[in-house]
Design a protein around this ligand. Structure first.
Ligand code: SF4
Ligand code: SF4
Length: 357
């Protein structure tokens, strides 16, 4: 059953999280964009701010609205909290007898509560779980971070012009597992728990039963976010159109900057780098985010398989929208629209897929 948490009582949630040992993270404005960062007070939340997103366009506007979450997803997904952009995987040291000693450097992450996670990003997290946790090999680095998270979702009430989560089936209503779920209305939040940890926290809050009117308002506000301008077909037949001339047209516009893969909440490609110490006896093995738009990404045994923007983009889109169906049983896109807003060339995968038939 839904409960109601008055807006002025939201600090109780932050206190309960802190007392339970969580570092709170929530949306805040940094350099003109909404990103996740440490949250100590509700005054840090982007009250009244709304976003305008278009291909190659992201702007925030301050309004006098009382809402804290009345914007669609910001620049950063929650991906860095599970799949670190850069981390040490192991060190190796030569001992006095000349033998190499390997030592794994598993992270010991602080318990972290992320407040304000959206439906598209929870869907992306489920996909990353599939890749890092539910395959043949479990990634212990991802696992350690993932297990340290408490997820507080917020249902979207506003879709940017770049959003298309309705067509991918991932939003705007949260359908993936969460610990606590919030729906914002003017006076506060409808709240429900989705885990034992969430229920324990909810029990410490001054909640009242949500009235029918409050539930109706929350549903209406969420319905507004279902009005979306963009659409992505469930399984575009990209492998059947690998020679389509439109790949060249996109390739001529693409700068191969890799912004699309950095902001994408599902992209998980990485490179491994060996960093030897100057003493000659020690070395660190580091994992860093990589992108299929980087020349070195397809380098195998002296041969670079893909060497231009047309090939990079074709690889990215065919893998994301077609190859993932074979690997993971669904598309690798959750309709967040970030790759459209943050592409400096305004390349829009929904429009490109339409052209590619
Ligand atoms: S491909 Fe683009 S729209 Fe889809 S999940 Fe990645 S960033 Fe979001
Ligand atoms: S599609 Fe856009 S964001 Fe991606 S590499 Fe090309 S120019 Fe950069």
């Amino acid at each position: 059953m839904n409960h109601f948490l008055a807006r002025e009582d939201f600090p109780h949630l932050l206190r309960a999280l802190t007392q339970a040992g969580y570092d709170c993270v929530g949306p805040q404005i940094r350099q003109g964009a909404i990103v996740f960062d440490h949250l100590h007070s509700v005054t840090q939340l982007p009250q009244g701010w709304q976003d305008e997103q278009q291909p190659a366009h992201y702007r925030l506007e301050q309004t006098d609205s009382p809402y804290w979450f009345d914007w669609s997803n910001g620049a950063s997904a929650i991906k860095p909290y599970t799949f670190a952009p850069q981390e040490n995987l192991w060190t190796v040291q030569r001992d006095q007898s000349g033998r190499l000693r390997f030592q794994a450097t598993l992270p010991k992450p602080q318990k972290t509560a992320i407040i304000g996670v959206r439906a598209c990003d929870l869907a992306a997290l489920a996909l990353q779980d599939q890749h890092f946790l539910h395959g043949k090999h479990v990634d212990p680095y991802y696992q350690a971070r993932r297990e340290s998270l408490l997820l507080i979702g917020v249902n979207c009430t506003h879709a940017a012009a770049t959003c298309f989560c309705v067509s991918t089936g991932d939003g705007p209503e949260i359908r993936q597992p969460y610990d606590l779920l919030l729906s914002e209305i003017a006076a506060g939040f409808l709240l429900s728990s989705g885990s034992t940890a969430g229920a324990t926290l909810a029990a410490q809050l001054p909640l009242t039963p949500a009235s029918n009117a409050q539930q109706h308002t929350a549903q209406q506000r969420m319905h507004a976010a279902t009005q979306q301008q963009r659409h992505l077909p469930a399984k575009p037949p990209l492998f059947a159109h690998l020679d389509h001339p439109h790949w060249q047209t996109v390739g001529a516009r693409c700068l191969a900057c890799g912004n699309c893969t950095s902001v994408c909440p599902t992209c998980f490609c990485h490179q491994a780098v060996e960093i030897p110490d100057l003493d000659g006896d020690t070395s660190r093995h580091e994992r860093r985010w990589d992108s299929c738009f980087q020349p070195g990404h397809s380098y195998i045994h002296g041969w670079q398989i893909r060497s231009n923007a047309t090939d990079y983009y074709r690889q990215w889109l065919t893998h994301k929208l077609a190859g993932w169906h074979e690997q993971f049983g669904r598309s690798g896109c959750t309709g967040c629209g970030r790759c459209i807003s943050w592409c400096p060339a305004g390349i829009d995968l929904t429009a490109e897929v339409e052209q590619l038939g």
